[in-house]
Design a protein around this ligand. Structure first.
Ligand code: PPE
Length: 307
């Protein structure tokens, strides 16, 4: 998706002009994928723009960094303030936020410990990840022939830049075959997630999503939707799913910061349900959007207003 440039990017404590936010071509992260990042959304609410679950996202960023022996030289609060400052400096009311911590310039070779650690926060307007049409009518997905990176190769509990090359393989395969998105299985054949989304299945009124131990990201939208679904009175299970569970489902949908709640209308050329957004997906999606835009008091703690 093309990037829409805005005015400023926060780099190592300073707000720089968008075009000045550059790094050296010999930066460690470019060569070895040694970065960790987050994707966060800012939504427009009646009280002005608000960041969705910023502390949960930043806690995950620190967990990802911890795994790769990165000592982030800023506190969670400082990064939260950096996000607020960047969104304000860019005059954005709703946008995507991309904090990234990466090994910078100064050291080559796989051992990264002498390379500097840099921290950036970029923001830009980002619409529906899989398209506006997809939010209402759903996407067509293909189960990838590429397996999800194994927990003991590239841990899926972290959001590291390098591991996304696995998602890129799956995404490219699906796009070349004419689908919108890929779903990846783990080495044991159980469903994990999409290239950049968690996955849910609805059957006979029960909602099921793979457990984190299957090798999916511990998604914050996933957790939000599970909470909303339980609050609405639905039974929610975290259980391993096989590919035929997707074929036999009444409804299937993706969740993610970028993808929000996106229905899946077809899996491997098999229509899911009525072949469009199902009623439970619609209800969960509607409640999720009402929560993100501050219309539901029950979820107001998920929003941090940008003063
Ligand atoms: N699985 C994967 C592999 C993943 O990348 C994401 C987020 C999720 C699940 C959902 O997690 P959460 O955002 O916490 O609900 N993918 C991010 C990056 C997408 C991109 O293309 O870049 C995102 O949605 O921000």
């Amino acid at each position: 998706m093309p990037i829409t440039p805005v005015d400023k990017i926060w780099m190592d404590g300073e707000l720089l002009d968008w075009d000045q936010a550059q790094i050296h071509v010999l930066s460690h992260a470019l060569h070895y994928g040694s970065g960790v990042f987050e994707g966060i959304r800012v939504y427009e609410t009646a009280q002005g723009p608000a960041v969705f679950r910023v502390h949960d996202h930043l806690k995950r960023l620190f967990r990802s960094a911890h795994l790769y022996h990165m000592e982030i030289p800023f506190s969670i609060q400082a990064l939260s303030d950096a996000i607020t400052d960047t969104v304000k400096a860019n005059g954005l009311t709703a946008c995507y936020v991309r904090p990234i911590v990466y090994r910078g310039y100064g050291e080559m070779g796989v051992n990264p410990l002498q390379a500097p650690l840099n921290v950036c926060v970029a923001t830009w307007p980002w619409g529906a990840y899989l398209g506006e049409h997809a939010l209402e009518h759903g996407v067509r997905v293909k189960i990838s022939s590429w397996k999800r990176n194994d927990q003991n190769s590239l841990p899926t509990s972290a959001k590291a830049t390098g591991q996304y090359i696995n998602s890129v393989l799956a995404k490219l395969e699906s796009v070349h075959a004419g689908y919108d998105e890929a779903i990846m299985l783990n080495q044991h054949g159980f469903v994990t997630d999409g290239s950049g989304e968690n996955i849910f299945v609805v059957r006979d009124g029960v909602i099921t999503t793979p457990p984190i131990s299957a090798g999916c990201l511990d998604g914050i939208t996933r957790e939000s939707v599970m909470t909303i679904a339980r609050d609405l009175g639905y039974e929610v299970r975290e259980e391993n799913l096989v590919r035929t569970d997707l074929y036999h489902a009444d409804e299937v949908f993706f969740t993610g910061t970028a993808a929000e709640v996106t229905p899946i209308r077809e899996v491997d050329d098999r229509r899911v349900g009525e072949g469009t957004r199902g009623p439970m997906t619609k209800e969960l999606q509607g409640t999720f959007f009402a929560a993100t835009t501050g219309e539901l008091d029950a979820y107001s703690s998920w929003l941090s207003p940008i003063g």
